[in-house]
Design a protein around this ligand. Structure first.
Ligand SMILES: [Zn+2]
Length: 291
């Protein structure tokens, strides 16, 4: 479904809803990022940008620029993208409207040309969400509601598949997260937003192929995500956990770290390594870290 009408309905719902604030998240000042060299022709790069406690993932396919979430504050993401000379994004995926994912999208939408936004289509009664929808409307950006089963051929052998949500609920925003699988040759990535075990079970129940070389752990490595059944089905070689150093949620949780160790999976964490970049030619991949 791709309609202006949907956006108008969402915007109206937000404007008429009571405004709730108080989603205080930890904000970290970031160090300048030592970015790796740009991908060679025909390569694909995935940048797990260190935005403190939050998610922001920049994907450079051989011909397209994609962003999944933008952390709590957008200046870091805008600076990072501009540092890579990205002046236009073909696609922005907003996994769900919590501020540690959507907060920075306002700055991104203001600073960088965005051609399309994919969003789960659930309402959040925050000023940030209202601003985000208003900008999409004002800039006349294509707005697509993402649903499980949607697929998108991104060219150059890159395929994007949405595995979740099917029926997102506004009172369960983490589980409204868009879960996306990106495949490039033999290498695949699974981006899970803050989807919890309940969503993981639903995804497995839909019978999708979830196997992925690299998994972004759900919900910042919380024990509410990355259940053993799901992990076994995804069977990743590498897991990336996006969380802020010393965050007040205790992410990543010990239970998650222990499970990943049990399965002998390589783990990279933005709170320890800063920005993490995976470069792949579709056959093998390299991981580089900021620190
Ligand atoms: Zn989050």
């Amino acid at each position: 479904m791709r309609t202006k009408k949907l956006l108008t309905v969402l915007l109206a719902s937000v404007l008429t809803a009571a405004l709730l604030s108080g989603c205080s998240q930890l904000i970290h000042r970031l160090f300048p990022v030592n970015t790796p060299p740009p991908p060679a022709e025909g390569e694909l790069q995935v940048h797990f940008i260190d935005v403190g406690q939050g998610d922001s993932i920049y994907i450079r396919t051989p011909s397209k620029n994609i962003l999944i979430d933008a952390g709590e504050r957008g200046d870091t993401v805008v600076d990072y993208l501009q540092g890579l000379a990205v002046d236009s994004l073909d696609l922005v995926i907003c996994t769900h409207p919590h501020s540690d994912h959507i907060g920075g999208l306002v700055d991104v939408l203001e600073a960088i040309e965005v051609k399309e936004v994919i969003d789960p289509g659930v309402v959040h009664t925050s000023k940030t969400f209202e601003k985000y929808l208003t900008l999409i409307d004002e800039k006349d950006i294509v707005f697509t509601e993402g649903r499980a089963g949607d697929t998108r051929d991104l060219g150059d052998g890159v395929l994007l598949e949405l595995l979740h949500p099917a029926q997102p609920k506004e009172n369960d925003l983490n589980n409204a997260s868009i879960v996306a699988r990106l495949t490039f040759g033999k290498i695949s990535f699974l981006f899970t937003g803050d989807a919890e075990k309940k969503s993981e079970k639903e995804i497995l129940g839909r019978g999708f192929d979830v196997s992925s070389t690299i998994l972004k752990a759900g919900h910042h490595g919380s024990s509410t995500s990355t259940g053993e059944d799901f992990l076994k089905a995804v069977s990743p070689e590498t897991v990336v956990i996006m969380c802020g150093e010393g965050n007040s949620y205790g992410h990543p949780h010990e239970e998650t770290i222990e499970l990943l160790a049990e399965y002998d999976i390589d783990v990279y964490r933005t709170d320890i390594s800063g920005t993490i970049v995976v470069t792949t030619d579709g056959k093998t991949y390299d991981v580089t870290t900021e620190k």
